[in-house]
Design a protein around this ligand. Structure first.
Ligand SMILES: NC(=O)c1ccc[n+]([C@@H]2O[C@H](COP(=O)([O-])OP(=O)(O)OC[C@H]3O[C@@H](n4cnc5c(N)ncnc54)[C@H](O)[C@@H]3O)[C@@H](O)[C@H]2O)c1
Length: 330
């Protein structure tokens, strides 16, 4: 089958391209505009593979996008602006890519013979939870940040394209991913790489916010399962079943790298910071037979090892972040 993967040079997208090459016979077209988060080095090892082709461009580019869909079987849409802190500083790129970009892809699909589309949404579209309960797919969308609002908007447009035009589109809502090739502005790689640079880890507020963590390999397997057996028009939560407070994640990483708590630096909380996310997985577990396999401690140990062994991958990205001086975490 021929598959377009958008955002394949980003974190989850590049892990997914590796997954597809290893586990399927699909021919892959990776459409990516290479924002600061898109890194061709993530796919350096496979760029000469004859089942892989890179197309440089934006998902909002109508002509470019429709040219790609002439004889394509599947689309998996990862392309997005994905960092909540950046969306607070400047929401407009999130509106353009995450909403207009997704709509442009759907329009191109509507005029093609595509068989399946999987759109990658997020657990953040549900809003926030208190101390108890989990998000199920039937809940209303109550996003709180410009990032999550842009993702929720795309989810609603997708729903409409399925209901109105019968487009064969399925939505995956993963929880917080961690693992190899994650841009070091995000919480876990930032924490690991700061310690490797002998710097403190910035922790928002008192570190009490709770996230449900999923190893990126498990997430890729879940997305492949949805592509394979998911029902068009449905939404599937991809939860990692690993809820932890941020401060507890930091303590695990400190231990893995042999550092003490003097490396923790509490910083002013993020505005509108959602307290807790947790995903109910029952629908995909019972319906499609997927469940996460990697436990959090083992996944974090693998991730720490990867960053230890790949200084040349993340160091230039950290230098760029320092030059940009966006003022997150201060
Ligand atoms: N990382 C997580 O924990 C997480 C959790 C849930 C959902 N998601 C969703 O999964 C998807 C992938 O997340 P990620 O963490 O890999 O993101 P990322 O920021 O690492 O990568 C995004 C990729 O999209 C590309 N891109 C951005 N704008 C584009 C445009 N207009 N046209 C074409 N390409 C463009 C970038 O160059 C980059 O390669 C996103 O849709 C995100 O909302 C991520």
């Amino acid at each position: 089958m021929k598959i377009v993967v958008t955002g394949g040079c980003g974190f989850i997208g590049s892990n997914f391209v590796h997954y597809l090459l290893k586990n399927t016979k699909h021919e892959i077209i990776n459409l990516d505009t290479l924002t600061y988060a898109g890194n061709p080095d993530n796919l350096k090892d496979i760029e000469k593979n004859d089942r892989y082709r890179f197309v440089h461009g934006r998902i909002e580019d109508k002509k470019l996008v429709s040219d790609q869909f002439k004889d394509v079987d599947y689309l998996v849409n990862f392309a997005a602006e994905s960092h909540v802190d950046r969306s607070i500083l400047d929401p407009m790129p999130f509106i353009t890519t995450n909403i207009e970009g997704t709509a442009t892809l759907l329009e191109a699909c509507r005029n093609s013979s595509i068989k399946k589309i999987v759109h990658i949404s997020t657990d953040e579209v549900y809003g926030e939870l208190g101390e108890s309960g989990k998000f199920v797919e039937s809940l209303p969308l109550l996003p709180n940040s410009p990032y999550s609002a842009s993702k929720a908007s795309a989810d609603l447009i997708i729903r409409a394209y399925h209901e109105t035009y019968g487009l064969p589109v399925t939505t995956a809502r993963p929880s917080n991913n961690y693992g190899y090739y994650q841009y070091p502005e995000k919480f876990i790689p930032l924490s690991i790489t700061n310690l490797l640079e002998d710097k403190q880890i910035p922790v928002y507020g008192e570190g009490k916010n709770v996230r449900d963590w999923i190893f990126v390999g498990d997430c890729c397997e879940g997305i492949a399962t949805i592509l394979d057996r998911g029902k068009a028009g449905e939404v599937y939560n991809l939860g990692g079943e690993s809820e932890k407070r941020n401060i507890d994640i930091v303590r695990i990483i400190l231990k893995l790298l042999g550092k003490d708590e003097s490396y923790i630096k509490f910083v002013k909380d993020r505005p509108g910071h959602d307290y807790r996310y947790a995903l109910d997985n029952t629908k995909i577990r019972d319906g499609l037979g997927w469940a996460p396999k990697v436990n959090l401690e083992a996944g974090l140990a693998k991730t720490v090892d990867w960053y230890k062994n790949n200084h040349s991958w993340w160091r230039p990205l950290k230098e760029r972040l320092a030059r940009e001086n966006k003022g997150f975490w201060s």
